[in-house]
Unconditional design. Structure first.
Length: 207
């Protein structure tokens, strides 16, 4: 839909990914809302927008004292992409109404809502037209369904082929996370060019 300009030129988005965690599940440092939860949404938005992140502004916080989490339990991030699209990402470990996964994409001629209240995909046009897409065996957004990504990764190893999600894709997510942490600590916009990761995936030989 985005490729064929279903909603015109993409301008902005807002995306939310939240789970409801208990104390024992967030004790490790890496189990933060932005690193473990938000990283998936950083990856998804990079795919949907088809552009790398240019800069970020983030605020990470701990809101639920009962979690006793060492990492953040809620994170709010503004992301600006190389192609000019801007949006807001919120990740949370305190979504106690269930897993929230709603994403809204806004263009010059309409909007796309993913995982809304009743349907997985809704397209609403500026002219009033509305299209609702349903799928066989569609589950509510509170239910996490299995995906084919793991199987495709194993197939790539067994067949010595390029996986659909490469090391470069993972590196882009990690670089964005590093920029988010730096932005939070210094309370400012951080360009991803400021983040240096000493890994050259283009020259690494397969062992």
């Amino acid at each position: 839909m985005l490729d064929r300009n279903e909603i015109g030129k993409l301008l902005t988005f807002r995306t939310f990914l939240g789970v409801g965690d208990k104390e024992e599940s967030v004790s490790e440092d890496w189990k933060s809302s932005i690193a473990e939860v938000g990283s998936h949404r950083i990856d998804l938005m990079r795919y949907l927008i088809d552009s790398d992140v240019k800069r970020v502004f983030a605020h990470l916080t701990n809101l639920n004292p009962n979690l006793k989490a060492s990492g953040d339990d809620n994170a709010m991030t503004i992301l600006e992409y190389q192609n000019g699209v801007r949006g807001v990402l919120i990740s949370s470990r305190t979504s106690y109404n269930g897993n929230d996964r709603m994403t809204q994409l806004f263009g010059t001629e309409g909007a796309i809502t993913l995982y809304g209240e009743k349907h997985s995909v809704i397209v609403e046009k500026e002219n009033g037209e509305k299209n609702v897409y349903t799928f066989a065996n569609e589950l509510p957004q509170s239910v996490m369904e299995p995906t084919t990504i793991v199987g495709e990764f194993l197939d790539a190893i067994e067949n010595d082929t390029e996986p659909i999600i490469t090391g470069k894709d993972g590196l882009a997510v990690m670089k964005t996370l590093d920029a988010i942490y730096l932005s939070n600590s210094e309370e400012r916009w951080v360009d991803l060019d400021e983040v240096e990761i000493e890994t050259d995936l283009t020259s690494r030989e397969r062992k």
